[in-house]
Design a protein. Structure first.
Length: 84
């Protein structure tokens, strides 16, 4: 990997396999830039923390699922589209 800690998209494109493997062995993220702007980050998976998301079902979805299905596919599409 280059001595810099930031890679350009061109560097990543030219040597993807080597750069990804090396970034995976590092203990810090490696930013990827496009024309000087950071657009992505290569990081060892062990540095990522898991996120436990609490998911909720919207009341509108519960109501829709409780309804009897429409007579036809076209009726269902019309219902979804509304006044569009």
């Amino acid at each position: 990997m280059p001595t810099t800690t930031v890679l350009t998209i061109k560097q990543l494109h030219n040597d993807t396999g080597t750069l990804v493997r090396r970034a995976g062995s590092l203990k810090r993220p490696v930013p990827i830039t496009d024309r000087g702007q950071e657009v992505a980050v290569l990081v060892n998976r062990s540095l990522l923390r898991t996120v436990n998301r609490k998911r909720t079902v919207l009341p509108e979805y519960e109501a829709m699922m409780a309804e009897a299905p429409g007579d036809t596919t076209q009726a269902a599409l019309d219902e979804i589209r509304g006044d569009r």
